[in-house]
Design a protein around this ligand. Structure first.
Ligand code: ATP
Length: 514
């Protein structure tokens, strides 16, 4: 039901201002000067964020027979992060000004200044490029010190003793809790390969340069799956996505400075651009999840990691990217992690995490063929950017969110507030609808102003109780995107709204009256 029109593009700063003004997202601790990269979600933001997570969980866990979920703790043992490699290797390269001590993230700084790709560059390369190009501190114009690695993990002390042994860590990603609980979850849920374990939860990274609003935060949430297979196991779901079209940006296209190209997953597999059917399946599955929730297909592409970007244990990796106002950027990585993580935890914990495979009668350590890992706040931005539309005719913003994501589903208005029977009737409608839908009752301001307020925060349907309602026991219901209205009997409202929220057209339930 979402009607797309030509959009007015807005910048990330304008989006941040809109979110703050309308109660979606606030800078955290703002009373005391805020903290960079940390945000609070307001009354509408918490609803939208919860709806995104609910839809993700439904599609990725509840509707997938072979995937189960967990909810791991936020603080975890230092040995867990030692085993995963985060304590030694989870770092970004920092450049610090010799004079004013300003610190910037090396790869991002170089990318901004020189407009070149810096994916996968290490300390040495960042140093070399900085020197060769005579890059200086933007604040005071002086030279940088030698570049160095900066670990992104947040240590915390547990208990009253503050020594080395009391250090634990805020998790840098949700994935490691999946590996750490792997054996118990498999046994409890009697999982048979191939299977996935999913999780939604907070992650913390001490990002050197948090920026672009919700895109790069220090505290954020991830929605993540570790998908386990027998090595070389075929993807049984590939037929579901073979005809799915997506913009593809392979390593070859990047090397030869070519544009990305739209093709079907089948074409990409036949041409051996995507080599692994599992990756084809997950990339399409994730893209479909966004477009089924109203995002614009052409704003996404999948980009293959170049050799320099690949981790030593990963044979192939693709990112699902979205065209943000500041360029195509990663939303989600689909990496092949082989048996690296489980083997690390076996080595460091001295526990047997292998499985008995009934098919072969042998023990094996399953491989992670894909790790769809999506930041909630990046998904939040995608839906907001694709929904935001300034309507010149109405002279206000219309936030065309998919009804499943809209913070409020229905707003209910008496035509005027000084006629007690209208108010009583509207209150009764509100009381009955609020049992099933997130609703709002509003009697202040002209009806036009009330419609505009709801359009701006994405409420898909507005109900007005007018004088005819008292006689006919019906209401008008208005579609946010078209402004079209019909009349509906009050007794049928719940059922009609249910169908409308599933995407049914308003005209199915009555004749337009405007
Ligand atoms: P980037 O290259 O953008 O720093 P990454 O490759 O380090 O991301 P992963 O470790 O693969 O990211 O994390 C998985 C997902 O978690 C990312 O694709 C992104 O959606 C989200 N994510 C990662 N870091 C942040 C952050 N600082 N703020 C918000 N979301 C994040």
């Amino acid at each position: 039901m979402v009607t797309k029109t030509e959009k007015t593009p807005i910048s990330i700063d304008e989006m941040a201002a809109f979110c703050r003004k309308r109660g979606f997202v606030y800078p955290s601790s703002e009373l005391y000067g805020s903290l960079a990269g940390i945000f609070d979600y307001g009354p509408l933001g918490v609803e939208l964020k919860n709806n995104i997570k609910k839809e993700w969980w439904k599609t990725h866990v509840q509707q997938k027979e072979e995937i189960v979920g967990i909810d791991g703790a936020i603080i975890s043992h230092q040995k867990l992060w030692e085993a995963s490699g985060h304590l030694s290797g989870f770092s970004d390269v920092i450049l610090e000004c010799k004079k004013c001590k300003e610190k910037v993230r090396g790869d991002v700084f170089i990318e901004d200044q020189l407009k070149i790709s810096t994916e996968g560059l290490d300390v040495k390369e960042i140093n070399k490029i900085t020197k060769e190009n005579k890059l200086k501190c933007l604040k005071c114009g002086n030279d940088f010190k030698e570049a160095s690695d900066f670990n992104l993990m947040f240590p915390v002390h547990l208990g009253a003793n503050k020594d080395k042994t009391s250090i634990a860590y805020l998790r840098g990603e949700t994935a490691q809790l999946i590996f750490a609980n792997f054996k118990k979850v498999v046994e409890n849920s009697r999982l048979k390969l191939p299977f996935g374990i999913a999780q939604i939860g907070k992650a913390f990274r001490n990002e050197i340069a948090p920026r672009n609003f919700l895109f790069r935060c220090r505290e954020f949430e991830q929605m993540e799956i570790e998908y386990f297979i027998r090595p070389d196991e075929k993807c049984p779901f590939i037929n579901e996505v073979l005809n799915h079209k997506i913009r593809i940006y392979s390593t070859e296209m990047q090397k030869h400075n070519k544009e990305d190209k739209e093709m079907t997953i089948k074409q990409a597999l036949n041409k051996k651009i995507i080599k692994n059917e599992w990756h084809g399946y997950w990339l399409a599955h994730e893209h479909k999840w966004f477009i089924n929730l109203g995002a614009t297909s052409e704003n996404f592409r999948i980009r293959q990691h170049t050799k320099e970007e690949l981790s030593h244990y990963s044979s192939d990796c693709w990112d699902l990217e979205y065209k943000f106002p500041f360029g195509f950027k990663e939303l989600q990585g689909i990496a092949d992690r082989s048996d690296y993580d489980l083997k690390q935890h076996i080595k460091h914990s001295n526990q047997d995490l292998s499985l008995f495979d009934e098919k072969t009668g042998k023990k094996l350590i399953p491989h992670v063929v894909a790790e769809p890992s999506l930041g909630v706040s990046r998904a939040f931005l995608v839906f907001m950017f694709d929904a935001y539309d300034y309507d010149a005719k109405r002279d206000n913003v219309v936030l065309k969110l998919h009804p499943k994501l809209s913070p409020l589903k229905v707003a209910i208005f008496p035509l005027v507030k000084n006629k007690p029977p209208l108010v009583k009737n509207a209150r009764e409608v509100y009381d009955s609808l609020k049992e099933e839908f997130n609703c709002l009752y509003d009697e202040t301001g002209s009806i036009g102003k009330r419609y505009a307020r709801q359009d701006e925060i994405g409420t898909p349907f507005n109900i007005t109780i007018d004088f005819d309602s008292l006689k006919k026991k019906d209401v008008t219901i208005r579609n946010r995107d078209t402004t079209k209205q019909i009349r509906i009997k009050i007794k049928d409202l719940k059922e009609v709204i249910k169908q409308l929220l599933e995407g049914e057209n308003l005209s199915k339930f009555g004749k337009y009256i405007n």
